[in-house]
Write a protein that binds this ligand. Structure first.
Ligand SMILES: Cc1cc2nc3c(=O)[nH]c(=O)nc-3n(C[C@H](O)[C@H](O)[C@H](O)COP(=O)(O)O)c2cc1C
Length: 151
């Protein structure tokens, strides 16, 4: 069963009525509950406008999880960036690593050679995967018991 890595980004559609942090918590709770038994790992980045996500695991399972996620009304305009076999997991440490801290996103975005506001449409697949990995890794060391920060 080949190991597969899927990469996409989408537009955030969570209503801006104060429910964002709650919805993010629900998404992460579902991710942990469902991804662990299916041996799916990955990383999820949220900023005000976008979700960026990597899913890794068995090809059939990753496909199934992605199909479920695709139908979720909390986002739309999904752009599938890549889905291909991978030699090893990059996100093996996380059922679903998460990052949303505005300062970290701003800091890493400023190091990428693109102009303007944070916009995943301007990035290559490799840049997106690297950005998600670095954000999730940095965020882990940022603060363990903070509220969700929204970029
Ligand atoms: C951006 C985004 C990423 C998500 N990632 C996952 C995921 O990795 N795994 C998962 O099971 N559900 C994920 N979800 C939630 C699913 O769309 C769906 O709500 C969930 O799988 C339902 O499962 P439950 O009823 O068992 O909680 C995500 C949703 C969104 C909007």
């Amino acid at each position: 069963m080949p190991l597969t890595r899927l990469v996409y980004f989408s537009k955030n559609r969570i209503p801006t009525d104060g429910s964002v942090a709650i919805q993010l918590k629900h998404i992460l709770a579902s991710s942990i509950k469902n991804n662990v038994p299916g041996a799916v790992t990955g990383g999820l980045v949220f900023n005000r406008n976008y979700f960026l996500q990597v899913l890794e695991g068995d090809r059939a399972t990753v496909t199934k999880v992605f199909m479920t996620i695709s139908g979720d009304p909390r986002h739309d305009q999904i752009e599938l960036v890549d889905m291909k076999e991978a030699r090893e997991r990059m996100f093996g440490a996380w059922a679903m690593g998460f990052a949303s801290t505005p300062q970290l996103i701003k800091e890493l975005w400023s190091k990428i050679d693109v102009a303007g506001e944070f916009n995943p449409k301007l990035l290559t697949c490799d840049q997106i995967v690297k950005l998600i990995f670095e954000l999730v890794t940095k965020e882990e060391g940022f603060a363990s018991s903070r509220q969700f920060a929204i970029a």
